[in-house]
Design a protein around this ligand. Structure first.
Ligand SMILES: NC(=O)c1ccc[n+]([C@@H]2O[C@H](COP(=O)([O-])OP(=O)(O)OC[C@H]3O[C@@H](n4cnc5c(N)ncnc54)[C@H](O)[C@@H]3O)[C@@H](O)[C@H]2O)c1
Length: 248
């Protein structure tokens, strides 16, 4: 496993699920980790877990729906650790409903958190990466950003938007030693997918050639790789981690 010793990572939505698994994997590889989400108590538990395993982590309150909060969290993390060179834009929400019934508020909430929040936080942290002449931006998109999904027009638009954002940022920042990539998870068993009923779960599994749901560790392994020097020649890529559900 490539070492991330000497690097600092900020992971959004690190209190649970995929974000938590990414934070733990990056810390295991030697990075110091800024854990960011709304629930500071849950973040502190993850920080304690990382510290108990010999790693370094610190919790920072962050609400991606608030520009003020995003700027404050970025500033606090850089002040605490000296710099942040790895950014994992993981946090995301769903507000699923069919297009005909979708309220403007459902659309705005998902686009604001998933897409605008990622834009603002990335913007707030690129100067730290530019100073280091090294950086890794990893955006957690979704298979539905590539395929579309009935009932998820807002969510799929936000996740497809992240792919365009990733590729543009990759082109803009390549000369600075900064890469930007997206990871597109398929069906991963977390709180987000626990709302699916048995019928929906079966239907989902039927579309997965590897015939199992993914785990948050499957995603964390891809993120850790993209954050490492082993991935230094990969930028603007969308890495599908979906058991073959969609082959781009
Ligand atoms: N689980 C899946 O099958 C799956 C599939 C594809 C993509 N994804 C994406 O992976 C990411 C993580 O998903 P998960 O399954 O771990 O979900 P989850 O619901 O368990 O975790 C989401 C995290 O985002 C945080 N968050 C939500 N709104 C926030 C806000 N306004 N400000 C700060 N933090 C906020 C939550 O606190 C939580 O830590 C999401 O972007 C999701 O869209 C998940």
């Amino acid at each position: 496993m490539a070492s991330l010793e000497g690097r600092t990572a900020l992971v959004t939505g690190a209190s649970q699920g995929i974000g938590r698994a990414c934070a733990i994997a990056l810390a295991r590889a030697g990075a110091k980790v800024a854990l960011a989400a709304r629930n500071e108590a849950k973040l502190s538990e993850v920080a304690a877990e990382i510290a108990a395993a010999g790693g370094t982590a610190q919790a920072f309150a962050l609400d991606l729906a608030s520009e003020e909060s995003i700027k404050a969290a970025a500033k606090a993390a850089v002040a605490h650790f000296g710099s942040v060179e790895i950014l994992v834009n993981n946090a995301g929400i769903t507000k699923d409903t069919l297009l005909l019934r979708m309220k403007r508020a459902d659309w705005d909430a998902v686009i604001t958190t998933n897409l605008t929040g990622t834009f603002l936080l990335t913007q707030a942290l690129i100067s730290s990466m530019m100073k280091a002449r090294w950086g890794r931006i990893i955006n957690i998109s979704s298979v539905v950003g590539e395929t579309g999904q009935a009932g998820q027009a807002n969510y799929a638009a936000s996740k497809a938007g992240l792919i365009g954002f990733t590729k543009s940022v990759a082109r803009e920042l390549a000369s600075r030693g900064i890469t930007a990539n997206a990871v597109a998870p398929g069906y991963i068993e977390t709180a987000m997918t626990a709302v699916l009923d048995e019928k929906q779960r079966e239907a989902m599994l039927g579309r997965i050639p590897l015939a199992r749901p993914g785990t948050d560790e499957d995603i964390a392994a891809a993120v850790r790789f993209l954050a490492s020097d082993e991935a230094s020649y990969i930028t603007g890529h969308v890495l599908d981690v979906n058991g073959g559900m969609y082959m781009g």
